[in-house]
Design a binder for this molecule. Structure first.
Ligand code: SF4
Ligand SMILES: [Zn+2]
Length: 144
């Protein structure tokens, strides 16, 4: 099973940039958002880890902010595009926006909301077997 790799985050071109630049601020007007996103996108366009960042942001219900040069709406359409592609390749269709049912973690055995699991389009229910915290623990042990 693929284990998430966080190393790319250390090489993020946005490291040290203000969160506001990527996530906006309350009461932001549309022209302000456009201007801000143009600046953030310029940083993403020169970022060497953009593909990993895109996979990360698209594989989880990351609703806010600009990731890999994509804002909320652009990510939603990119998710749909990837789902269509996965469907054509015969992978089970699933909707990442569907946050219903609970699921039991194979690692800790807890019954948890599906939001506690990573997306994994290779699985029948499109969720990882292990919950986020079990995956993180596992990752730590692998690094150690
Ligand atoms: S692609 Fe953009 S948001 Fe993603 S790590 Fe690079 S600079 Fe940050
Ligand atoms: Zn668990």
């Amino acid at each position: 099973m693929a284990v998430p790799d966080w190393n790319w985050m250390r090489r993020a071109a946005c490291a040290g940039e203000s969160l506001e630049l990527f996530f906006g601020f309350p009461g932001e007007s549309t022209p302000e958002k456009d201007r801000r996103e143009r600046k953030a996108k310029a940083i993403c366009s020169g970022c060497t880890v953009r593909p990993a960042c895109a996979d990360y942001a698209l594989s989880r219900p990351e609703r806010y902010g600009l990731w890999a040069g994509l804002n909320e709406d652009e990510r939603a359409s990119e998710r749909r595009r990837r789902m269509r592609r996965a469907n054509m390749a015969g992978v089970t269709a699933c909707d990442p926006e569907d946050e219903s049912d609970d699921k039991r973690c194979t690692g800790c055995g807890e019954l948890l909301p599906t939001s506690e699991f990573y997306r994994d389009f290779t699985k029948e229910d499109c969720l990882s077997y292990w919950c986020r915290s079990c995956q993180r623990e596992r990752r730590k042990q692998e690094v150690a």
